[in-house]
Design a protein around this ligand. Structure first.
Ligand SMILES: [Zn+2]
Length: 245
């Protein structure tokens, strides 16, 4: 016979189980609108004439700049772009305008530029600042000399108060859905990350995982997991728009 506390425990287990089952079903179906049921008619661009929401998605690195390199030679730039393109598709399906800093394996500096990294970053900044009513999401992968670290790390620009809100939303959603954050806190980017230091619009940089952690590397190389990451960012942005835009 169940005691009251046992019954409570069972109910709480049932509720948690149901939530997990729904999340798994959502990811399995790849259906953002089932997993994160934000109604596109309520939050999409179509509902508020004259106020087009734009997400600038920045796939970090590209071209001659491969970004971090994993032990097996996997280049960060390719994983960044793969997540970015999946996020683009999800946002566009919800009628959000998307501007990509790159959609292929290119850099934004001219080939003969003597300051290719600086010019590349300035071009990304210029593109983002030219978009009205936009938020900026930069997608990167982490690498660290110690293998044990894994999970997301979200940095935010301190130039706009909404950056912290968006960063915290991403952190919260990732804790719920990916369960892979190692209780990490969001961090102000300070001056160390060019785009976060210079952009005036709400801006975050998401290190989606550690190439230096072998388990996480194999997850990041898996398309289904990258879709999960993209879904996490998508749900965070929709939640952010619902409250702040
Ligand atoms: Zn990077």
């Amino acid at each position: 016979m169940y005691s009251y506390s046992l019954l409570k425990k069972s109910l709480s287990f049932f509720v948690k189980f149901s939530i997990c089952a729904c999340l798994l079903l959502g990811f399995a179906l790849g259906a953002g609108n089932i997993l994160f049921p934000y109604d596109r008619n309520v939050f999409g661009n179509g509902s508020q004439p004259g106020k087009i929401r734009t997400v600038v998605i920045d796939a970090g690195h590209g071209g001659r700049d491969g970004g971090a390199v994993a032990e097996d030679g996997t280049l960060e730039k390719h994983l960044n772009l793969a997540v970015a393109l999946q996020l683009k598709a999800l946002l566009e399906s919800a009628d959000i305008r998307v501007v990509m800093t790159r959609e292929t394996d290119i850099e934004l500096a001219s080939p003969d530029s003597p300051h290719k990294k600086a010019d590349d970053l300035k071009a990304r900044e210029k593109l983002a600042e030219s978009c009205e009513n936009a938020v900026f999401v930069s997608i990167h992968m982490n690498r660290f000399p110690v293998e044990k670290y894994k999970g997301l790390q979200v940095y935010y620009s301190e130039n706009h108060e909404n950056s912290l809100i968006l960063a915290q939303t991403i952190q919260n959603v990732s804790e719920e859905t990916l369960r892979n954050t190692q209780d990490r806190k969001v961090k102000p980017a300070g001056d160390s990350i060019y785009l976060m230091a210079h952009l005036e619009i709400p801006a975050v940089l998401v290190e989606c995982g550690f190439l230096s952690n072998p388990e996480e590397l194999s997850l990041l190389k898996n398309e289904a997991y990258r879709k999960k990451l993209a879904m996490c960012l998508y749900a965070s942005l929709m939640g952010y728009f619902a409250e702040n835009a």
